[in-house]
Design a protein around this ligand. Sequence first.
Ligand SMILES: Nc1ncnc2c1ncn2[C@@H]1O[C@H](COP(=O)(O)OP(=O)(O)OP(=O)(O)O)[C@@H](O)[C@H]1O
Ligand SMILES: [Mg+2]
Length: 221
Amino acid sequence: MEAIQFKGVTKNFKDGDATIEALKETDFSVNQGELVAVIGPSGSGKSTFLTIAGGLQTPTSGEVFINEESFSELSEKKRAKTRFKEIGFILQASNLVPFLTVQKQFSLVDQVNHQQNREFRDQLLNQLGIIELKNKYPEELSGGERQRVAIARALYNQPAIILADEPTASLDTERAFEVVDILAKETKEKNKATIMVTHDTRLIDKCDKVYIMKDGQLKAK
Ligand SMILES: Nc1ncnc2c1ncn2[C@@H]1O[C@H](COP(=O)(O)OP(=O)(O)OP(=O)(O)O)[C@@H](O)[C@H]1O
Ligand SMILES: [Mg+2]
């Protein structure tokens, strides 16, 4: 099944009198069980593409389908629900809550879902090598550690779709490969659809498809 589909999607930003075409007319799809990489230079439109895919921004024109349902036709309430239930975001800024410890970051997910799974949480923290940081606050962590907490939190909610924006940006090479391995494993074993935006072309071997973003134009590599 197509987890995400773009039909003729564009995104423009106004910059004074000028218009920035951050995303030119784009058709795209990713299926369940697929790990897709989007590479390309800074400012080319990768984050714009990813945030539209996850419904965090609306397109200027065209349509986005999530699990074969038109996202724009859902009410804002349903959209928010779909975003929370179906999509795990790993964004460029890790978006941890500053006044919560690492383990409390997961309680937020528990509250919404009315259930908790400490065993699974600790398994993820172990896999990502951050279990010993459980009681620390985000400000006490390095950039890479924060990023790994954000990854664990995104996976903890068991989303059908994972959207990761530079998930390996502040990690050393070994950790970066580990993170891609975890994403690949989650995608294959749990039949998720994953889009990973990255600058790092060394990481794309584990991906099923690679797209290049250049000046707002997405092309298959
Ligand atoms: N909210 C916004 N308002 C105005 N312009 C924007 C906005 N968001 C993005 N842009 C512009 O759209 C273009 C694409 O930006 P985007 O953040 O998608 O690039 P990117 O490929 O993710 O870059 P990076 O690799 O640096 O993260 C850039 O020219 C950027 O300045
Ligand atoms: Mg970006």
